[in-house]
Design a protein around this ligand. Sequence first.
Ligand SMILES: Nc1ncnc2c1ncn2[C@@H]1O[C@H](COP(=O)(O)OP(=O)(O)OP(=O)(O)O)[C@@H](O)[C@H]1O
Ligand SMILES: [Mg+2]
Length: 303
Amino acid sequence: MFCGKGGVGKTSSTVALALYLSSQRNKKVAVVDYDGGHSVANTLGLSSKLVPNIINKTDHNMSIVVVENTSFVPIKEAKRRGFTIDQYLQQFPGSLGILPLSDMVCEFFGVLTDVITMQKFAILVDVLAQLEKEKYTHVIIDVEPTAGLERLLTNAESTVHSLLNLQNKGRAELALIGVKWPEIRAYLKGEYIRHADQHCVQIQRTVKRLKASKYFIVCTPEASPVDQTFEVRRIIEKFGGRVTGYVVNNMRNEPHESDVLSRLSGVGVPLVLMQRRNELHRPGANKTEILLQMGEILVREGM
Ligand SMILES: Nc1ncnc2c1ncn2[C@@H]1O[C@H](COP(=O)(O)OP(=O)(O)OP(=O)(O)O)[C@@H](O)[C@H]1O
Ligand SMILES: [Mg+2]
């Protein structure tokens, strides 16, 4: 997983590593774009539009999953529009059973649950489970810069907490509504609740796996991105994750760089220096080849 200040080369490093591992080391690799905006596909020069939230296989012997929120009509609005409870529930694919539960508790009882962020994390959990089932050996997640990373990791934790709360208290509260509303009573006994239970277990497992993942911090050899690495590391370690390497991208061998880099000298994990590759931007450049070379350096030097 890569993180750091915006525009430092996170996505390029992610794609470079994925390309190298899949084409030169024969690994089954997926890149998860948790940053939106289809930047992974753009970096690979893919023109075809990727379908969000499913495993898209590419010609490059690697897969891409773009995690995106999908819209849904909240329960009160659904009721106002005359949806049956089944029509409402159909908005949530079976394995996302936890979402209607949080939506209803949020809408009926004003419990402050950020359903939208919970949804994005729930989709990620679902995607990771699919990738595991299909025996992917490497999953690389491209996360938004600092704020996005913090949101992902603290949400992971708070999602688990709100879930446990929802499981017990939320269900009891809904049962009260169910006294007057038989459809809710049926819902509380139905398969969606069973999916919510399974999902809760899966979310807890995923948070555990995320903690045990490798975290790579990407920066460039300038003061501000390097400053940012300390903040990013703090966020990762607060979550319980471990930083396993740094990429200093866009090295141009200018005199000021060694001063800035000296601040990273005590980080205690591999520091991969990646040269600026101007040829990446020349018209007609073989981008894949250049990214592959970058990927080889990443693996050789400690990833
Ligand atoms: N080593 C490099 N040499 C030359 N150009 C590079 C290098 N690394 C990245 N770039 C270019 O810099 C730009 C930003 O890179 P990239 O998209 O990988 O950064 P990012 O950290 O993912 O940005 P964002 O915060 O927008 O997600 C791109 O145009 C990319 O092609
Ligand atoms: Mg990016």
